[in-house]
Design a protein around this ligand. Structure first.
Ligand code: ZN
Length: 74
């Protein structure tokens, strides 16, 4: 079972599979890499989908400075 079961890509209609990805976000002018984010990725075109609650968790984590795995890139 998985969150993305039975979901299809809205661009190409491909199947969406769950993967752990690295997200790039820009927060207060700094790039933050957040690793191991659960996401749905289209098996055909590679479009990434993120559950709303996952995004919320990320925002909250960053704001609360309990960033999951922060990597500040130059
Ligand atoms: Zn697709």
């Amino acid at each position: 079972m998985g969150f993305w079961d039975n979901e299809i890509c809205e661009y190409c209609g491909g199947a969406i599979v769950e993967k752990r990805v690295t997200l790039h976000r820009q927060i207060r002018g700094k790039y933050v890499l957040i690793e191991n984010v659960p996401a749905g990725v289209c098996a055909k075109c590679g479009t990434g989908y993120y559950a709303a609650n996952v995004l919320k968790t990320i925002e909250a984590s960053v704001r609360g400075r309990q960033v999951l795995v922060p990597v500040y890139s130059l």
